[in-house]
Design a protein around this ligand. Sequence first.
Ligand code: ADP
Length: 259
Amino acid sequence: YIRKDKKRIFVLIGAVLIDKQKPSPRAMAFYLDITEQKELDRKKNEFISIASHELKTPLTSVKAFTQILMKQFEHNKDKKSLYFLTNINRQLDKLNELVSDLLDVSKIEEGQLHFENKLFYLDDLIKKVVVDFQYTTKSHMIIKRGETHAHISGDEHRIGQVVINLISNAIKYSPGSDKVIISFKDTPEKTTVSVQDFGEGISAGDKTKIFDRFFRSEKHEGSRISGFGLGLYITKEIIDKHQGSISVESVEGKGSTFS
Ligand code: ADP
């Protein structure tokens, strides 16, 4: 909106019908100046973008030197140093994932998250992700039920990221359980991949918010289960951009299925 003093402002406009009565129904409309909120949002996005870019470079180099040192300690059979360095390496991977998520978010906000478009076989991709996951996961069995015969046109790496996010959440939010099930359904129109866990589940109120940027369920804020609340936001963006859809079914205390 352009004000009388020629200043451009952002406005949020809404209306509600309060009385349907004919012949003169009544409604209420509102008009809110959200310029300040928009500016704060822009600054936040700018900060996320700069911070994630600046963190990525030193992190990549620390990771590279860590791997060189690990090889040396392995060669010298220095088991104690190798043990410490393996732990450092694992924490670096976690840090890398967080920074990558922040980078992805800033790319989404700037409309710069680009996707490759190649044909790939979905089953091969999921098989590989499951094998990689099982290699590092001792607490849960990742069970693949059936297979899909779908050839997908899109970004294989990004779709892999979606499957990784869903399995990783399924494990993270079901500490008392020991399995995660991945199942498939092919119809001529679409392929559905579901990731089911037997964990704590998601409340009806949270279900509508979990795909929002930075959303974490209240019970996880400050809890021992770490996270930024970005995984599902990025996941949804990737699926939307592939003309797909993502949904969740959940029963509190019984578990969740993301499809
Ligand atoms: P993060 O895991 O980093 O918090 P996500 O965007 O992946 O971020 O998830 C957002 C929130 O949704 C989580 O904080 C958690 O409260 C909830 N959530 C996601 N996946 C599950 C799941 N499988 N079971 C229960 N809650 C979940």
